[in-house]
Design a protein around this ligand. Structure first.
Ligand SMILES: *Cc1c(COP(=O)(O)O)cnc(C)c1O
Length: 474
């Protein structure tokens, strides 16, 4: 490389680093060490590992650092303080693992460091975005003219779907929201269930709809919107449904509501962060039946599908509305056949579609079906195992979520705390119809029947410890 010309010191060092590969070999060997341990590791960092994070508390360095030291810091202090969500015994929030093929594709494409804003910036990204868009329509049974935008997660995907809805509903009333904004705009109604995800509320607040304007729909014991409690819909209404309640995993009555909405020309968005993939598995398609009648859908790759973070998808069958809501222009922009930035809020974006493509290519239709079915089977095993041990299962396990209680709230809380401290598995807590619950979300390809048995045993131990401490208190 350019050794004959005069380079700055740091430029010279960086060329050296590129040439001799040492730092990349080192990173790779640390990564492999991590892979070897992560499936059997404690499922939450130890106190010691957490305390050692103070290693990173230092002033911003004045001069350039040593590259090996940087990697060593990450390996010795960073890696023990990670959550081993790649493994099979992490059940917190709704957190996917990553399948090996997609981790490998990500490692390779990290070196490409592509910007998927425009086709002219990355032909490979534009091509894969087009291919994956078509695959997703087929896999999920959506109309062929549906377009996709590849964003960071469901929060952003929901935002995009609602932005498209906003553009269209105003446009039907002769109002250009891009030009005229929200001041003095015609009234648009927003209808959603009382269990709608908080990221839906965030999108509503970001888009200026105002949370106080929401017309709330009652939900049943499983968290599903109750049809009889739906207000009368009209053509100025935006309805947000849920495919996969973040606690119980239940699905709103999608078909019935979509049909009502279609009759009057209302816009339906479906938040299917983890549940939309039910449409790709034969045994679970009944849950999303009729969803193709909606206008927009949002989903995550990084939950059920087990792509790496961050991978969210907005799907919209009204291309004009989505692109109009997210469009931008500039004298320097070169338009191509597919410019990702017209389908997303961002201009520059890493090319996350590569991992999504690798995942779908590796799994194929049958693999996605198998993955989804396995998550459900492990969730059912969990519910049965814990039920047999005298824990209360509070939801119908229709998908991958299980809600557990252990008598009074206080006991449930103690069991959860002990369970987390035992570090055999990690579950979070939540509230369900006024009760404290332990929430299990089975979302990793790596969860085996043995893992679930180990975890059930850890629940039993956590409860025994809680009862012991209760006795000691008396
Ligand atoms: C996780 C989740 C979201 C938010 O998704 P992110 O990818 O974390 O932005 C929205 N809705 C539901 C139902 C979810 O489970």
């Amino acid at each position: 490389m350019a050794n004959s010309t005069k380079l700055s010191k740091i430029q010279d060092a960086m060329f050296q680093e590129i040439q001799d590969h040492q730092l990349f070999t080192s990173a790779q060997s640390y990564a492999f060490q991590y892979l070897n341990e992560v499936f059997d590791r404690n499922v939450y960092p130890t106190e010691e590992a957490l305390n050692k994070l103070t290693h990173f508390e230092e002033e911003m360095p004045n001069t350039s650092g040593n590259v090996q030291e940087i990697l060593d810091s990450l390996h010795y202090y960073g890696s023990p303080a990670t959550l081993p969500t790649l493994g099979g015994r992490y059940f917190g929030f709704v957190t996917g693992s990553s399948i090996p093929a997609t981790l490998a594709a990500k490692s390779l494409s990290d070196f490409w460091d592509q910007n998927s804003a425009m086709e002219v910036l990355s032909p490979i990204s534009a091509k894969l975005e087009t291919v994956v868009e078509n695959w997703l329509c087929e896999l999920l049974g959506l109309p062929q003219h549906t377009v996709a935008g590849f964003v960071s997660g469901s929060s952003m995907a929901i935002y995009c779907g609602l932005a498209a809805a906003r553009w269209r509903l105003f446009q039907k009333n002769g109002w250009d929201v891009n030009e005229q904004g929200m001041n003095g705009a015609p009234k648009v109604r927003v209808v959603t269930g009382k269990h709608t995800h908080s990221t839906v509320l965030k999108a509503i607040q970001l888009l200026g709809f105002g949370k106080a304007n929401i017309e709330w729909v009652e939900v049943d014991k499983q968290g599903r919107m109750v049809l009889e409690s739906m207000p009368e819909l009209d053509g100025n209404t935006l309805i947000i449904l849920q495919a996969g309640n973040v606690n119980s995993g239940s699905f709103d009555p999608i078909e019935a509501i979509c049909q009502k909405a279609q009759e009057v020309g209302a816009w339906v968005h479906i938040d299917g962060a983890f549940g939309l993939w039910a449409a790709a598995a034969e045994r679970f398609q009944y849950l999303t039946k009729g969803m193709e009648l909606a206008q927009s859908w949002s989903a995550d790759g990084h939950k059920t599908l087990n792509t790496p973070y961050d991978c969210g998808i907005i799907l919209c069958q009204d291309k004009e509305a989505l692109v109009s809501a997210l469009h931008m222009s500039g004298a320097y922009i070169v338009e191509g056949k597919r410019d990702g930035m017209y389908y997303t809020p961002e201009m520059s974006r890493r090319s996350r579609v590569i991992e999504l493509w690798a995942t779908l290519k590796y799994l194929g239709k049958s693999g996605v079906d198998e993955l989804v079915s396995n998550l459900n089977e492990r969730a059912v095993q969990f519910a049965q195992g814990l039920g047999d041990q005298g824990f209360e299962v509070l939801n119908e396990v229709v998908f991958n979520q299980v809600l557990i209680a252990c008598g009074e709230d206080e006991m449930t809380e103690k069991v959860l705390k002990n369970l987390q401290e035992l570090r055999v598995c990690w579950c979070g807590g939540s509230m369900w119809h006024g009760r404290k619950v332990i929430r299990i979300s089975v979302c990793s390809w790596a969860t085996t029947p043995e893992d679930v048995d180990l975890c059930v045993a850890s629940f039993v131990k956590a409860r025994a410890l809680a009862k012991e401490s209760e006795l000691a208190e008396v």
